[in-house]
Design a protein around this ligand. Structure first.
Ligand code: HEM
Length: 185
């Protein structure tokens, strides 16, 4: 069951703030970035990992196409400039996105196993024309979507756990995208 009207009252609290990657990404420090060989989810507490996993179970019960449509509609509303990058039918995109999130969440406590996949996904995104700043708008659309799907299960604690999870993941993707091609074997 979606709680669109009730949840939209809390929209402001679900907003991600730019962090050092989102704000300083264009700098020369790009050249100094080391290869990402692990995703450090250690800044998430055990409780936050549990919260992300348990709330994802609720969202995963919803139709992925409905969840995807909420997400993409929201994304194109807040960032219409990214719309031309999405060429495949949204139904397929939605399923892929939901299954990728499910996969990452399933591996939250076995992260060394997924860094190769995250790196590959990041490189794929560069070829779509995705830039570091886009991670912020996508993150905001994702938080909004989760808020709709979770209804009464969405609160400050849940939001904080998801924001942390997404920020760590998107930072890893931004770093991996900036790695020289030769290193991304
Ligand atoms: C943690 C963040 C993200 C995850 C987990 C993610 C996941 C995915 C996945 C699984 C796919 C399908 C890849 C395939 O076809 O094999 C995809 C495609 C795509 N993503 Fe992302 N994505 C993320 C961030 C972003 C961002 C920030 C943008 C920028 C707008 C973006 C734009 C796209 C585009 C344009 C496509 C291809 C669409 C098409 O083929 O029509 N993604 N993403």
């Amino acid at each position: 069951m979606l709680h669109v009207a009730a949840a939209s009252l809390h929209l402001k609290r679900a907003t991600l703030q730019p962090n050092k990657f989102f704000t300083g990404i264009a700098g020369a420090s790009f050249l100094l970035l080391k290869q990402v060989n692990q995703i450090n989810f250690r800044t998430m507490t055990t409780k936050q990992i549990e919260l992300v996993k348990s709330t994802w179970v609720i969202v995963a019960l919803l139709d992925p196409v409905v969840v995807g449509q909420l997400f993409y509609n929201r994304l194109f509303e807040i960032a219409p400039q990214v719309k031309p990058m999405f060429r495949s039918p949204i139904e397929g995109q939605s399923k892929k996105l939901v299954s990728m999130i499910a996969y990452i969440i399933h591996k939250l406590d076995k992260l060394s196993e997924i860094i190769g996949d995250v790196r590959k996904l990041a490189k794929q995104h560069v070829s779509y024309g995705v830039e570091p700043a886009h991670y912020l708008v996508v993150g905001n659309a994702l938080m909004w979507t989760l808020e709709q799907g979770l209804g009464k299960h969405w609160n400050d604690e849940t939001r904080e756990a998801w924001v942390k999870c997404y920020t760590i993941l998107s930072n890893a993707m931004i770093e991996a995208a900036a790695e020289p091609m030769a290193k991304v074997a």
